[in-house]
Design a protein around this ligand. Sequence first.
Ligand SMILES: C[S@@+](CC[C@H](N)C(=O)[O-])C[C@H]1O[C@@H](n2cnc3c(N)ncnc32)[C@H](O)[C@@H]1O
Length: 311
Amino acid sequence: MSYDTPYHAPVLVEEAMELLRPERGGLFLDGTLGGGGHAEALLERGPEARLIGVDRDPDALAEAGARLERFGERARRVRANFADAVEAAGVEPGTLAGVLLDLGISSHQIDEDARGFTFRPGAPLDMRMGQGSAGEPSAADLLAEMDEEEMANVFYRYGEERKSRRLARVIAEMRQEAPVDTSDRLVEAMRRALGGRIEAADKARIFQALRIAVNEEIPALENALERFREALAPGGVFAVMSYHSLEDRLVKNAFRDWSQSCVCPPRVPRCTCRGVPLGETLTRKPVSASPEEIARNPRARSVRLRAWRRA
Ligand SMILES: C[S@@+](CC[C@H](N)C(=O)[O-])C[C@H]1O[C@@H](n2cnc3c(N)ncnc32)[C@H](O)[C@@H]1O
């Protein structure tokens, strides 16, 4: 069964469902509802399952709302950053049967030029998942406000750009003439700073780095991990799909730490946690997409799925 729609083609649906096992029933939280593909699969496969779908983006909530309408009260939607989702949705500690995070952005967000995520010519540099409702700065605002060092850090940390300082310097020079506020201006800065041919993959990497900064994606994930763990019921499963090595590392390390038998801080002289692990990692290695899925949906190329189960 395919859950692809023109809005978004969800990745690793079968693999995620095998780990989350919605047929157990209970309350699930999808922190990145998007077009609702994973949410629909979850509610179909778990007739006793209920779902809270969270997204920052009102477009996504509207799209998923129409798709999940047939499930009636089994599906609820909440507009929030997933970092605050437990509180925003009023979830009690120790109650969730599962949590799913499918990080990043949906195809729809990239496809809509006006949303400003794309490097296609003529697009504004916006990139705000929440569409600016909380007064958060757009990508163009960041490129106007950040000093050179901050810009270089964004391109280096999130985009692994070796010439990050040079790119930051060129942007700082260009913005003295006119704002760097469109896809064309940023690509022009890349051309001047990086030299040679700028491939689509380079544009994707630099634009993604800026998007990660605009939406404060790394802090959101850092803040969310323990909150979701505490919201899980015994036996509850936490599944995360990442598309960026920094995100995947955070998830991998958290799941590894939570699976260790002693979780006392290093300075504590004697173990007080009684050596009982908080849970177990269900994916010894991250699950990636098959060649067939990647051929059908190139977005699946970089996905890494990891899952952990609370004891
Ligand atoms: C890859 S898409 C999810 C697609 C979804 N699994 C589906 O089947 O259609 C990621 C979604 O998560 C949302 N998102 C990303 N980071 C978020 C955050 N920190 N809080 C809330 N929503 C977030 C984006 O707006 C986007 O709609």
